[in-house]
Write a protein that binds this ligand. Structure first.
Ligand SMILES: Cc1cc2nc3c(=O)[nH]c(=O)nc-3n(C[C@H](O)[C@H](O)[C@H](O)COP(=O)(O)O)c2cc1C
Ligand SMILES: Nc1ncnc2c1ncn2[C@@H]1O[C@H](COP(=O)(O)OP(=O)(O)O)[C@@H](O)[C@H]1O
Length: 307
């Protein structure tokens, strides 16, 4: 899959595509259904299946305090789209200047002139351009004029519920990882590289591999029983996602203690699968009290992992 990073990297040979535009946060089963239609159409028309995403996402620019947590960071999205068979990922840098262009110019200058779209798939509630003035009907009109077809996606339902990134975030928030997995079509995971911390964990018998959380914004918070993939091996463990109020931490970290493991993980990529939520993070009166609680968490995690 080709990654086109920014509009300035679109070249004349990128003319002609079957295109879909969206956030694709989580690349869940609803997204997967849309993408498989895009790919089928692209193969039929002998054109590249192209996905346009915005980075950062519009809410993160306009309303950063209230932007929803990401289910998948761009890197994970890239991997999943590639695995599904998408040919090109166009990642548009979203900022106020980009957002201020008119709906007409977005369609005509970008979609038609530069990308040469022949078939466009968007949700029927898709809005775009300055003041969100562009909508599905405007795309249909433009398509008649400029020679491209437009199709809308229908909601993908499961147990009579619409699968959505919001529904998945809600499931993750309450620790319903089985439901999140059903909607995602794979288990939810947090990935990252192990960084150095304060070296306090080892002094209480719980060394923890620390991973920075992207954008300090994650859909899971608290203490979890987890499975951890390191170097093609799976371990069990207990993890905390939070800001560590007891030791006056600030930025959000994932910290994971692996059971029955003794070695160095610094610099290694790890993948952490939460299995059960044990409790919320809290501030303890002393580090000693926190240590006692972590021992209880570890015991509870071992039990949760055997069920
Ligand atoms: C299972 C588990 C639960 C934790 N719960 C909390 C908590 O409730 N509150 C808190 O302030 N820190 C919590 N922590 C974070 C500890 O403060 C942290 O692991 C310790 O300070 C060691 O940090 P270091 O890895 O940077 O040395 C938890 C850590 C683990 C592994
Ligand atoms: N069972 C284990 N679980 C997690 N990390 C471990 C384990 N055993 C050894 N380590 C190593 O110890 C480091 C964590 O020790 P810690 O004292 O908490 O230091 P830091 O503050 O740098 O995370 C990990 O990054 C990893 O390299």
């Amino acid at each position: 899959m080709e990654l086109i990073r920014g509009l300035h990297n679109i070249r004349p040979h990128h003319q002609g595509c079957v295109l879909t535009i969206g956030k694709f946060d989580g690349v869940h089963r609803g997204h997967q259904a849309v993408l498989s239609n895009v790919i089928r159409k692209a193969r039929e028309m002998a054109l590249p299946a192209t996905v346009m995403v915005f980075e950062p996402q519009p809410e993160e620019v306009f309303n950063p305090e209230h932007a929803p947590a990401r289910i998948s960071v761009l890197r994970d999205k890239y991997e999943m789209l590639r695995a599904l068979g998408v040919d090109r990922l166009l990642c548009v840098r979203f900022n106020r200047q980009f957002a201020s262009q008119s709906a007409q110019s977005f369609v005509h200058d970008l979609l038609v002139e530069r990308l040469g779209v022949k078939f466009l798939v968007v949700g029927d509630d898709f809005r775009f351009g300055k003041g969100r003035q562009g909508d599905f009907n405007m795309l249909l009109e433009a398509g008649k004029r400029d020679g491209f077809a437009v199709a809308s996606t229908r909601s993908f339902r499961m147990h009579n519920c619409r699968i959505s990134s919001t529904a998945i975030r809600e499931a993750l928030d309450v620790g319903d990882f089985a439901l999140a997995e059903e909607m995602l079509g794979r288990p939810f995971a947090v990935r990252g590289k192990v960084v150095h911390g304060d070296k306090k964990g080892r002094t209480i018998g719980f060394p923890t591999a620390n991973v920075f959380m992207n954008r300090c914004n994650t859909p899971v918070h608290g203490v979890f029983a987890v499975r951890v993939g390191v170097n093609k091996q799976m371990y069990q463990g207990v993890a905390n996602v939070g800001s560590r109020p007891t030791v006056s931490g600030s930025r959000t970290l994932l910290e994971v203690h692996l059971f029955d493991f003794n070695g160095s993980l610094y610099g290694q990529p790890i993948v952490v699968y939460p299995v059960a939520k044990l409790r919320d993070e809290k501030k303890f009166a002393s580090f000693e009290a926190l240590k006692e609680q972590i021992q209880l968490d570890a015991d509870a995690a071992r039990i949760a992992l055997t069920i």
